[in-house]
Design a protein around this ligand. Structure first.
Ligand code: NAD
Length: 481
């Protein structure tokens, strides 16, 4: 007999234990060669005083098996409890969130009968790095970080996923007409990597119109890859409009470990009544089977599940007198799937998975660009007058080769020659450039400039170096600059 593949399983809270039992029953009946280690996570662990919801010893199991099938958990109300999902994602470096959003017309109600979209969301970067600061009385900021290696990994994952799953097209959503550097990098990397996959179509949409199109005509999309924030929002929109929130599973993929789950929560009010639909977790488990290379088992389980749905055997959440034939509980639903192992759907599309190693892109190590400091933005907390007052007064700190060239407020140029209508907060960006055009700036000049600014009584809250990379500007210009 071939070797069993170890996985770590957590039964979770609320309906978790019931839907996990149903899922494992089906995997066992499908003879998936899995070796299961069980760990405790969630409410019990939180309430025992572990603020992250997971015991230190459980990490050992995860490191050993590298595959985590997780039932939903309940995060206790009240302060101090950290989201287990976020902890697991960050600690284990799960950089890709993959969520197939499929409609099952006419068996599950949907406005989009032909929808079959996979959202691939970057999971570690963007505004979710969690770097936020309050800088003045009026202004707080959140840093949006997009890295080349992070973008390369997720985009390559999307194309590899498309290839392994017989998908035809990968679409990228960004807002690079506005965020030219951050989203611009993501888009640029997408174009570079797309060129390596001539067998797969590629396209880019600005996220606003792309999202509208997704909500209106999702059947024109296949795989969509996007940065973290857009992916967070749109993966929920996509699951909702497919009509299948309760049926969707997702994968969180890392270089070393991966986690598979349902997208819904622990539905505590339904717990312990043999009511819950185990389909979301089961489809999460199907993603897991594909991930560990058990593609034939994945196909058997997925097709038997599709056949069950098609045969009208439905749990209460999707039961509809018009199409359903039998309302069943969690256990009976699992048995119905087991009884159909080996069968394929006749109306819904049968699933086929290709073998193929899941590979992770190591970032391409391109030669580092020549980086030069050509100026500095000094941000001030200031409330004592008009932009012209600030421009005139701050120009007095010019010297030692640098001079004030521009002041902006919330990204709009207000000095010199601003518009009197522009609203100004207490957060000012003051741009200092070399006195001679095209010159460079040394760190010592910046330090000395900051000394003069502080000496003149200003509260500087941060600086940003203005760099060029191989002569190309690495900073944005302000509206009106
Ligand atoms: P929920 O997804 O648990 O429930 C939303 C609604 O959907 C409820 O009416 C519920 O009865 C129904 N529902 C959900 N899954 C179902 C299923 N499998 N079968 C039948 N009906 C189902 O969301 P919620 O009520 O906002 O959250 C409950 C708890 O779950 C909270 O503690 C929350 O923190 C947690 N949660 C956990 C995860 C996770 O572990 N990944 C995700 C989301 C929410």
């Amino acid at each position: 007999m071939s070797q069993r593949i170890p996985i770590t399983v957590a039964n979770g809270d609320g309906i978790g234990p019931e839907i996990m039992a149903a899922t494992l029953r089906i995997l066992e009946a499908a003879e998936a060669p899995l070796e299961i280690e069980t760990i405790d996570i969630g409410e019990k662990v939180y309430l025992a005083g572990n603020s992250s919801g997971i015991e230190p010893s459980s990490w050992e199991s995860l490191r050993r098996t590298k595959v985590f099938l997780k039932a939903p958990i309940t995060t206790p109300q009240g302060g101090g409890y950290k989201s287990l999902n976020v902890t697991v994602r960050k600690v284990l470096g799960l950089y890709a969130n993959v969520r197939p959003c499929v409609s099952y017309h006419p068996f599950v109600e949907t406005k989009h009968p032909k929808m079959d979209v996979v959202i691939v969301r970057e999971n570690e970067e963007d505004l979710y790095a969690g770097i936020e600061h309050r800088q003045t009385n009026q202004v707080v900021q959140c840093l949006k970080l997009i890295s080349r290696p992070g973008s390369e990994k997720i985009v390559r994952y999307a194309f590899e996923y498309a290839r392994r799953n017989n998908r035809k097209k990968v679409t990228c959503f960004t807002k690079d007409n506005i965020m030219k550097l951050t989203d611009g990098l993501f888009h640029k990397v997408f174009d570079e990597i797309a060129a390596e996959y001539p067998d797969i179509q590629n396209e880019h949409w600005i996220v606003d119109i792309g999202a509208a199109k997704l909500a209106d005509t999702p059947e024109v999309f296949d795989v969509i890859v996007m940065p973290n924030l857009y992916g967070d929002v749109l993966s929920d929109v996509a699951a909702q409009i497919a009509g299948s929130v309760g049926l969707a599973g997702s994968a969180n993929i890392g270089e070393h470990l991966s986690m598979f789950e349902a997208i819904h929560g622990s539905a505590p009010r339904r717990a312990g009544q043999n009511l819950a639909n185990p389909s979301g977790l089961l489809l999460g488990a199907v993603l897991m089977l594909v991930h560990v290379g058990l593609t034939e088992h994945a196909e058997r389980v997925h097709n038997a599940w599709l056949r069950t749905i098609e045969d009208g055997i439905h749990t209460y959440d999707i039961y509809d007198e018009k199409v359903s034939k039998q309302k069943v509980g969690t256990k009976e639903f699992a048995e119905a799937v087991v009884a159909r192992l080996g069968q394929t759907p006749q109306i819904l599309k049968a699933r086929k998975y290709s073998k193929g190693e899941e590979s992770h892109a190591s970032a391409t190590s391109s030669k580092p660009a020549q980086k030069e400091l050509v100026g500095v933005d000094v941000f001030l907390d200031w409330t004592s007058g008009s932009p012209d007052d600030l421009g005139d007064a701050l120009s007095k700190v010019n010297g030692e080769g640098v001079k004030l060239t521009m002041i902006s407020n919330r990204g709009v140029k207000v000095w010199p020659a601003g518009h009197k209508e522009t609203f100004c907060s207490d957060h000012w960006r003051c741009r200092f450039l070399p006195e001679s055009e095209g010159g460079k700036v040394a760190h010592a000049q910046v330090v000395s400039l900051l000394g003069r600014i502080a000496g003149a009584g200003y509260d500087f809250i941060k600086t940003e170096g203005l760099y060029t990379f191989d002569g190309q500007r690495g900073f944005s210009l302000d509206q009106g600059e």
